[in-house]
Design a protein around this ligand. Sequence first.
Ligand code: HEC
Length: 389
Amino acid sequence: MGQREILTSSILACIAIAVGSAALVGRAQQRTDQPPSSYAPVVAKEPFEQTMARMSKAKAEVMKRHMDLLKERYDLSDRPADRVTMSRGKPVQEGVRARLPKGVAWQQLAAMTSEEIREKDLWPAGFYPLPHPNHPEGGMVFPQSHIDEIKKQTGRDLTRFDLDFDLPDHLLADFPPAIFLTTRPDLGDVSRGKLVTSDNFYELFNGILNPKQLEGLRLLVTPFPQQQFNATEDRRSARPSLGVTCFDCHTNGHTNGTTHLVGDIRPQEFRHRLDTPSLRGVNIQRLFGSQRALKSVEDFTEFEQRAAYFDGDPVIATKKGVNILERASQVHFMAEFMSILDFPPAPKLNLYGRLDPAKATKQEQFGEDVFFGKGSAPSATQPHTIQTI
Ligand code: HEC
């Protein structure tokens, strides 16, 4: 089989399972004027200034289209829960945020089987995959709070001229997030309320980490060329860029919600949006990310910068600048730092991760019952029931 046929047959094989999500990712348009290809163009077809002018001009329209879609699917309003906060005090948001189809109540859906919901097309659109703010274009998009702080501390500008971040601040994690270390639980949050960057990591962590972990952290806050942020004309930053650091997405070893597309699927419209996960607790995980070959934190670290991880594209990464880390020292050092990032303390949980009845409130216990009971893996064919508090 030629490459095109292999691609076509694998696309057909995927269609059966992915057609729902592709339809709803929706706004990505397939380019019908060109034969399908796995490869991104290596040589720019127009001068950089022209690309920048064209895409900057289209930005308002692209963002409006995407924000309209979000508003149609979700309630994004600011509704902080009473007295429930993240580690550094930011309120957790409450309430169901996926909107229902007109004239339908949750109780009605709860009384129906999955088949009925599918036949009547009543599945709330908010539970379909969320598209990237500009799905055909894709790539890293950082929240404004992070862009501002990085610029202030290090002078690097993570602004894209073609796109803004889409989710409101109140729905994101604490910024900057707290940092807890498995090695020093006695210290509590060691972030001192700061975003850890190349500018301050040494002053914050010298004396708390061993030299190996400190060097690992240095590499995690050091920028390297990435798809939208590099020195070539194929970038989405106004000025040539030194690149992006691991902790630009995994802020303080947690997350700031930075978004991207998965790298392991083609064509573009089949790729799912991917929001940065927290690295807290990676020491107790055994599988990482959506790419099948990455089986350890070390694998993840080594390949993220070597093959433009999120695009699964070593060709274009080579053009922009690959960072080949040395496995036994650099990769291991970075992995060691990531592996001491702890979960925030949870004094109401026992050793097995369950609530201690002597400490928990009634509501918390009710939440745990739902979580481990009705809320866990309901049967696909049985109607679900909703209990009201
Ligand atoms: C553009 C934002 C971004 C950058 C930069 C980034 N990551 Fe990630 N990271 C992600 C996302 C998104 C995932 C989830 C990937 C997936 O599921 O395929 C992830 C997953 C991971 C995981 C697996 C976590 C888990 O719970 O499965 C590790 C470990 C990790 N990243 C480490 C790194 C390291 C080390 C670097 C730098 C070399 C880095 N990341 C750079 C966004 C980023």
